[in-house]
Design a protein around this ligand. Structure first.
Ligand SMILES: [Zn+2]
Length: 411
């Protein structure tokens, strides 16, 4: 039982008109993968509830876990481990350099710069860069590669300090971080402070429309505080005199938005169109979100039934990808050692550890070929193409993958 009553206030507008439409129970932190020695220690669990703000339309979880606990220094995520992400970043950088004529006189800042996976492409083109990231492991890696990086949380305070030393950004990148910061308004105010008057902030994060319409409930975890619609974003940015100038929908991470945000209120046709479509489909009303909970319950029941049936037929089952979304999926659906023998992951920092909550051991991907499980549950289904291609040998040898979302499918 969790008896702490958090009077939920909206992270964006401060309203208390918050309606919870999904309760995923109490789950462990999705990125905290215990080592063998830590298995005996109690694992912290926190409520995972999703609410809709009836004033500004922002979808958000109600619980804020202390960032020091979430993004501790052994945080095992290194961006450069994904080929898809690197290619996505390189293309984004090349396009911006060309479109804005960037050169040695400009400055590009990335918030949550990780190990420098994106800034490296600017640096290779001779453009000054600055990374900002509170996670010490990946940030040190970036510094070793020669990418200047501040190891700190970004907000209005840090932005002010940088601006006072004469720094102003022509481009600010913020990929998959806006939805993760506890002080949403402080983060956006910081962007406004650091950005040049004619600069652009290029911001990516998952799109709540894709989450709802494709049953992507496993993208909900404690690190991921907000799930944005364009309507909610428009209100958030305007509060800080920033404006949506253009938007693209991207397939990455199960459906994302790339926002182009600046200081002039000049929305493109695409921005107007997305706002109109959201209003038309009722995304600023609670009813749009209410059927989601039943679909999540059904998906989890279907997935468990499929795995139990295969197991009953004598099949062996592994899982691929010790990502945060995998942790939500196995903990909410209740997929433990009775159904899945082990998980494999390319990230050497995760190998030898265990999945949160269910404590499935994490091994190297080579174990798929060595142990030949009959089925492998693909947890990071957003990288399905990349992973299925990498695992061609396993599939050729008869191994099958199970893709859990939007509905359990064997391929
Ligand atoms: Zn609100």
């Amino acid at each position: 039982m969790n008896d702490s009553i958090t009077p939920a206030r909206c992270r964006s507008c401060g309203s208390d008109r918050m309606a919870v439409f999904l309760d995923l129970g109490e789950t462990p932190l999705a990125d905290r993968m215990p080592s063998a020695a830590q298995l005996a220690e109690p694992e912290p669990r926190f409520p995972l509830k999703v609410a809709f703000c009836e004033d500004c339309s922002l979808v958000q979880i109600t619980e804020t876990v202390d960032p020091e606990l979430l993004f501790c220094d052994d945080y095992p995520y290194f961006s450069s481990f994904s080929d898809t992400l690197l290619e996505h970043s390189r293309a984004n950088v090349e396009e911006l350099i060309a479109a804005r004529g960037l050169g040695p006189g400009n400055l590009v800042v990335e918030l949550a710069s990780n190990d420098g996976y994106l800034l490296q492409y600017y640096q290779q083109a001779g453009i000054p860069v600055l990374g900002i990231d509170p996670a010490e492991g990946p940030a040190r890696k970036a510094i070793e590669k020669g990418i200047p990086t501040e190891i700190a949380f970004f907000g209005i305070e840090l932005a002010g300090r940088l601006a006072n030393t004469g720094r102003a950004a022509d481009v600010i990148h913020a990929n998959n971080v806006l939805a993760h910061v506890a002080d949403t308004n402080g983060f956006v105010a910081g962007i406004a402070r650091l950005l040049k008057d004619d600069g652009v902030a290029v911001i990516e994060h998952p799109y709540v429309r894709d989450l709802i319409e494709h049953n992507e409930f496993d993208t909900i975890y404690h690190e991921h505080l907000c799930y944005f619609s364009v309507l909610a974003l428009d209100r958030l940015f305007r509060r800080h005199s920033l404006y949506l100038q253009d938007i693209r929908r991207l397939p990455i991470h199960g459906g994302s938005l790339r926002l182009y945000v600046g200081k002039r209120d000049q929305p493109s046709e695409r921005v107007r169109q997305l706002l109109d479509e959201e209003r038309r489909d009722g995304m600023d009303e609670l009813a749009y979100y209410q059927a989601f909970s039943d679909r999540v319950t059904q998906l989890c029941a279907d997935l468990r039934a499929l795995l139990s049936r295969l197991k009953g037929e004598g099949a062996s089952i592994a899982a691929y990808g010790a990502a945060a979304k995998g942790s939500t999926l196995i903990n909410v659906a209740g997929i433990g050692p009775d159904l899945v023998d082990f998980v494999v992951d390319r990230n050497v920092h995760k190998q030898g550890r265990y999945m949160p909550g269910q404590h499935l051991p994490i091994l190297a991907p080579e174990e798929l070929l060595r142990r030949r499980p009959d089925y492998t549950l693909l947890l990071p289904w957003n990288f399905a193409d990349e992973i299925l291609a990498q695992q061609a040998a396993y599939r050729k040898a008869g191994g099958r993958f199970i893709i859990p979302v939007p509905e359990p499918t064997v391929v």
